[in-house]
Structure formats: structure tokens, C-alpha cells
Design a protein around this ligand. Structure first.
Ligand code: SAM
Length: 191
């Protein structure tokens, strides 16, 4: 079964977007001046819609057409503009910024709860100069309390900043956020 089929099945009963990432919403100040944003593997668009509602030209990238449909419907209901792009972010080669619809790169990028190490390595290439990235991934310590996500979807302690080569860390935090043990990185592409 492909990733698209697997995730379409998981979202089969989804009717509303999930909640926006409080990691991102809690750093709204860092989004000042960002005119464009992309949420990579952003699910049903909770965070993307939050960004779009702040008048940021936002693109939601997903492998699940079902998730994109939920987000599109919610955008219409909320009367906000949201771009949606179907793409496989584990494809080789990875899609470029231009292929995802923005040849200039985005001012902000979000990657939450989706681990594909080559994508994080390439994240700088999706950002405009000076652009900011928010990356949030559960760590292996999360397994002490939660059986999921499974081991392939978790970063090692201290690993996340190393994965985002080419970006300059602005802030890095690792620990328990509620009942999840996560690594949270904010990083910028050099100007
Ligand atoms: C755990 S969910 C996280 C969703 C959202 N980022 C969040 O934090 O709520 C993982 C997401 O990755 C998407 N995904 C899985 N494989 C993908 C791929 N190869 N390319 C693009 N998106 C993918 C799934 O459809 C799903 O929405």
C-alpha cells in the first residue's frame, strides 16, 4: 500500500482539520513579516489554516488527497485562501520549491510530526533567504510512554538540529510537551 493510500484510509472519517500546532502558534511573533508559508505533510490543514488566517499566503503539501480535501473545504467555510499541493515528500528526487509551486522559496516552513531525513536536509532549499523553519518531531524517549509513533518516525535525542543542515538554529528544545516527548527546532536560512 502506498503512503497516499495508507493516509487516505486514516483520514477517511476526518471531517474537520486538526488543531494548529501550539509550537507554531506560540511563536507567532517570529512570523511577523512572513508573506508566504508552507506546511509540509501538514495533514488536514490545522496549522496551514491558522497561518492563512493571519493573511499569510499559505501552501499545504500532502500525500493524502483526502487530507487536502478536508483542508480545502474548511478554507472555504472560513473564507480564507489556502493553496493545496499533492506531493510525495519521500520521492527521489525530492520535489523542489518550484515544483511545489513557489520558485522563490517560502518565508516560513512548518514540518510537524513527519520525519523524512532527506527532506529536513533539503529544507533550506524550500526557504527564501532569511526564511524561518519550525520542525517538531517526537523523540525516541516518547516510546517510554506512547507506543506510537513507532521507532522509524522518531528522532534520536539531540539529532534534529544536525538533520537540518544549512539552517542556523534560532531555538532548540527537547522534552515533554504534555504527554509527548518532542524535539522542537526553529531555524533560519541565512540571508
Ligand atoms: C502524523 S501526520 C502529521 C500531520 C500534521 N503535520 C500534524 O502535525 O498534525 C503525518 C502526515 O504526513 C503525511 N505524509 C505521509 N507520508 C507522506 C509523504 N510521503 N509525502 C507527503 N506527506 C506525507 C500524512 O498524510 C500525514 O498527514
Amino acid at each position: 500500500m502506498s503512503a497516499a493510500e495508507r493516509w487516505d484510509a486514516k483520514y477517511a472519517d476526518a471531517r474537520e482539520p486538526g488543531l494548529p500546532s501550539e509550537f507554531v502558534t506560540g511563536h507567532a511573533d517570529l512570523l511577523a513579516g512572513c508573506a508566504t508559508a508552507v506546511d509540509l505533510a501538514g495533514g488536514t490543514g490545522g496549522t496551514a489554516l491558522w497561518l492563512a488566517q493571519r493573511d499569510i499566503d499559505t501552501t499545504l503539501v500532502e500525500v493524502s488527497q483526502r487530507a487536502l480535501d478536508v483542508a480545502t473545504s474548511a478554507a472555504a467555510d472560513r473564507d480564507v485562501q489556502l493553496r493545496t499541493v499533492w506531493a510525495d515528500l519521500e520521492a527521489e528526487p525530492l520535489p523542489t520549491a518550484a515544483e511545489l509551486g513557489n520558485e522563490h522559496g517560502w518565508h516560513a516552513a512548518v514540518c510537524a510530526n513527519f520525519l523524512h531525513r532527506p527532506l529536513l536536509d533539503a529544507l533550506g532549499g524550500l526557504l527564501a533567504a532569511g526564511g524561518i523553519a519550525f520542525v517538531q518531531i517526537a523523540t525516541v524517549d516518547n516510546l517510554h510512554v506512547n507506543a506510537r509513533p513507532g521507532r522509524p518516525y522518531l528522532v534520536e535525542r539531540g539529532e534534529l538540529p544536525e538533520l537540518c543542515r544549512g539552517l542556523e538554529p534560532v531555538g532548540f528544545d527537547e522534552g515533554w510537551f504534555g504527554d509527548r516527548h518532542e524535539a522542537r527546532l526553529i531555524a533560519r536560512r541565512a540571508v
